[in-house]
Design a protein around this ligand. Structure first.
Ligand SMILES: Cc1ncc(COP(=O)(O)O)c(C=O)c1O
Length: 373
């Protein structure tokens, strides 16, 4: 007997998780493997944050603050907005999904880039709406003109991922502002800035100041990347009170746990310690990019904490490169699972992890070069 589910579910692509470290160790008989597949931080949470989580365990018999007032208050202060302009979620992923629920209906559309973060097409399917996936520009960034042209009277939501996952390409604040200015004032725009911390450009974060004033804009960020708290699941959005109210209508009251709220609040207090870690990741990204150039491996220059390698041009191909890295204990993410076939996405780890990745890659490229000659 089969279960009678919504026919819409058929259109939802199944999420294909990569291999776990344990699976890789067992499959290849390895003692150690490094995980560079999920754009995680190589650093554990700050010791002060760990302490807050440990001591928070004693209060787990009580529900968390349904309005996350302390955390929202701190975020409001950080961004110079009122508390009613801040919403927190079970990861920024939840907020993105809730935005779909709040804005979309059958017969409407969400416009997003392709390839981009894999969750965006789900927004449309979940609401019985249509997704308009606009191919990226040649450089791997959003084609903002084409996205503007894809907006019509059916469009209820536009999503911009900046820097874009999986390419890592960043669009300047001026470009994003011009794009938003060209849209109808009442059309909801969500700018997903999950990787904004790693953008080493002077205008990084400036779109947030636009979100303070424009009724149609929500900027989402996360504690999963720079703050290294992805297992706790906490993200936030800053935008107009109207945006926050709309998401508030569809979110469940206790959507972030007490530990998540407390840990995020504590992590916010240690701005310079987090900034130091981010600086190291950016430094390492530059080092890895230089090494890739030396190895002759083509890639898309990134402003995030990952790099997309072109595995097909002159290389052994996506499947073979992935497999050969796994054999050497390096877990990367296959582009085919990210809508970018022919590529491999590699997260920037700590210096030793990056060394291990580069050593493995250089062995594989040597091998494939010798096969070619
Ligand atoms: C572009 C982008 N947005 C949002 C997220 C979601 O992050 P989280 O739900 O952990 O905040 C991710 C996670 O990898 C991402 O790549």
């Amino acid at each position: 007997m089969s279960l009678r589910v919504s026919p819409r579910l058929g259109a939802i692509p199944t999420y294909e998780p990569g291999l776990t470290t344990q699976e890789v160790l067992a499959r290849y008989g390895l003692e150690a493997a490094i995980r560079l597949a999920s754009n995680e931080s190589p650093y554990p949470p700050l010791p002060e944050v760990e302490e807050v989580v440990r001591s928070g365990a004693a209060g787990l018999n009580r529900y968390p603050d349904a309005y996350a007032r302390a955390l929202r208050g701190a975020l409001a202060e950080r961004h110079g907005v009122d508390i009613d302009q801040v919403v927190v979620g079970n990861g920024s992923c939840e907020l993105i999904l809730l935005a779909g629920q709040a804005m979309l209906d059958p017969g409407t559309t969400v416009v997003h880039a392709d390839p981009s973060f894999a969750i965006y097409p789900h927004l449309a399917v979940a609401a019985g709406a249509d997704a308009v996936a606009v191919p990226l520009a040649e450089d791997g960034g959003h084609d903002l003109d084409a996205m503007a042209a894809a907006v019509d009277e059916r469009t209820r939501l536009v999503v911009i991922c900046n820097p874009n996952n999986p390419t890592g390409v960043y669009r300047s604040a001026v470009d994003v502002e011009r794009f938003v200015d060209g849209l109808p004032d009442d059309l909801a725009v969500l700018v997903d800035e999950a990787y904004f911390d790693f953008v080493d450009e002077a205008d990084a974060g400036r779109v947030m100041s636009l979100a303070r004033r424009r009724v149609n804009l929500l900027v989402t960020r996360t504690f999963s990347k720079a703050h290294g708290l992805c297992a706790l699941r906490v993200g936030y959005g800053v935008g107009s009170a109207a945006w926050v109210e709309a998401i508030g209508k569809v979110r469940q009251p206790f959507n972030t746990s007490a530990l998540a709220q407390a840990a995020a609040l504590e992590s916010l207090r240690h701005r310079s310690a987090i900034a130091k870690r981010v600086e190291e990741t950016v430094r390492e990204r530059r080092r890895v990019e230089d090494a890739l150039r030396d190895l002759g491996v083509p890639f898309t220059p990134s402003r995030a904490n990952f790099i997309l390698l072109d595995a097909d041009s002159g290389g052994p191909g996506e499947a073979a490169l992935h497999e050969e890295l796994l054999r050497r204990g390096v877990i990367a993410r296959r582009g085919a699972a990210l809508g970018a076939p022919g590529t491999l996405r590699v997260t920037i780890g700590g210096p030793e992890e990056n060394d291990a990745f580069l050593a493995a890659l250089s062995q594989v490229t040597d091998q494939s070069m010798s096969k070619l000659t």
